[in-house]
Each structure stands twice: as C-alpha cells, then as structure tokens.
Design a protein. Sequence first.
Length: 133
Amino acid sequence: MEFPIVLQAVEGAKSLYDWFGYWPNFHDAEVISLHLNRRGPSSLALHTWEMTKDVDEKGYFVLSKHIVVEFVMKEVLGLSLNGFNHQNVISRLGIERSEGGYRLALEDCYGVAGYLEAKDISIRLTLGKPEDA
C-alpha cells in the first residue's frame, strides 16, 4: 500500500511506512496502552509486526519487524471506546482527517474498539517487541 496522502503532514508516519515498505493496516495488532490526559498529550500504543509467508515448526506463521507504534494526540476532541480488557487485539486501525483534526478508528477483534479524535497526531516508534510481550 502506498504512503497515504492524509498522513503526509503527520510527524513519524513516513518512518513507519519506511520500516515496513508499505503502510500497515494493524491487523491483529495489540493495544498495549492508552493514556488520556485532559491537559497535555494523550497516547495510544500498539504492538504490530509483519506476518511472513514462512511457517515455524509448530505450524504458526513467522512474524518479523516487530514494532511498538505510539500515536501521540494533542487535544483529544472526542472518543468512544468499549470492551477494554486484559488483551486488546484490533482487526484494523483506520486514520482519516476529521473536521477538527484526525480520527483514529479501532476496529474490534477482541477487546477494545471505537474511535479517538484529536486536533493533531504524531507517531513515535520503538523497534522490537514491548517489554511485557
């Protein structure tokens, strides 16, 4: 998938695109933290990876390019979330421009689902698996 036009102004988005060589859809990514602040930035961190075509000795697809992607949101304008639990796997993450800035849509698989809207977003990357993986 080509680099989305909507993300050209988002700091850190091009680095994520370059890491994978395409824009990820975050299928089966796990939400590892969500911090909401009424003043100052809020954040949503997800652990994602690339699923290869290779299969390991147990019959599972081999996962590579593990990375924690943190969406830093300035001035959260609205949200609707439900289902948060001990493991929050999403089927997809959508990002689009909204009237007030950006909208992050978490499509449910198991656990949290919904959306967050913020005036502005940026992306921070931490290569590898999260510490609690």
